[in-house]
Design a protein. Structure first.
Length: 274
């Protein structure tokens, strides 16, 4: 599933082609993905300029004067920038066309989303998909003190707290395992038992891991490619994720795999004793 680094890599790839450009056509090749497509989107956005493109958690936000196009890559989606006239392939469900180029969404498992938020219904921040999202991990507003404060009454394991998205967004299964390893924290440790010093290490680790993944183009485990069709290489540098039974890169202890909230968690029992 694309996580924050993959969405950020996608954002950086598509933004130069979209910002300041006018939408000339919209193409749907299916009734919808996770939710139905907004069928009035063509009449709403064609002829209007994309003012800017932003990211909120794992959502891509294309801001126009009348509202915002909300795109989520789901479990297996990716966006490509292509020249107009390129024949669609299987699982190419949506095109947003800008003159001689188009933005194309491919989503084999169809868990993604293309939705429209009209400015007339209220602020974008109040959209049900966005209003309960936690802090952005790469922004200064996310700090160890806030993380510590928000977990004092949370007994759930710290890995589950990371995945909930209510404290910090975008740290999905892959990068949660990697960040906890870098911070030396056992993924089973209750969130309310971790001291401020532990959260200082974890916040630093989260930023380090995410920035490194972005630099490496994200992770390509199955379907993800960047806007220009290139795979990511972050998976080649994992310390624990998907390395069950292999020796830890630090201490040679075999990496352990457990299930937490129906998701695989990978960690080193020796390096992550806290």
């Amino acid at each position: 599933m694309p996580e924050l680094p993959e969405v950020e890599v996608t954002l950086r790839g598509i933004e130069p082609y979209l910002s300041g450009h006018v939408v000339t056509a919209v193409v749907f090749r299916h009734r919808g993905l996770r939710w139905p497509f907004p069928l009035d989107l063509p009449t709403t956005v064609v002829g209007h300029k994309v003012l800017n493109v932003r990211r909120r958690g794992k959502y891509l936000l294309l801001h126009l004067s009348l509202g915002t196009l909300i795109i989520h890559l789901g479990m297996s989606g990716h966006l490509r920038i292509l020249k107009l006239g390129i024949k669609p392939q299987k699982h190419d469900h949506f095109d947003l066309i800008f003159g001689s180029h188009l933005l194309r969404l491919n989503d084999p498992r169809r868990f993604g989303a293309v939705l429209w938020h009209d400015n007339r219904v209220g602020p974008l921040e109040k959209n049900p998909l966005l209003e309960k999202l936690g802090l952005e991990p790469l922004e200064d507003t996310f700090s160890a003190k806030i993380f510590y404060r928000e977990t004092r009454n949370r007994r759930l394991p710290i890995k589950n707290a990371l995945l909930s998205g209510t404290i910090v967004v975008g740290v999905g299964n892959i990068y949660a395992s990697e960040s906890l390893f870098q911070a030396g924290i056992n993924p089973k440790t209750p969130a309310n038992r971790i001291k401020l010093g532990g959260y200082e290490k974890l916040v630093c680790a989260i930023r380090t891991v995410l920035l490194a993944a972005i630099k490496n183009g994200g992770s390509t485990l199955r379907n993800f490619v960047s806007a220009d069709g290139q795979p990511g290489y972050s998976q080649n540098k994992y310390f624990v994720y998907n390395r069950a039974g292999l020796p830890c890169r630090n201490c040679k202890t075999l990496i352990t795999n457990i299930l937490q909230g129906q998701r695989s968690t990978f960690y080193c029992r020796r390096c992550q004793e806290y």
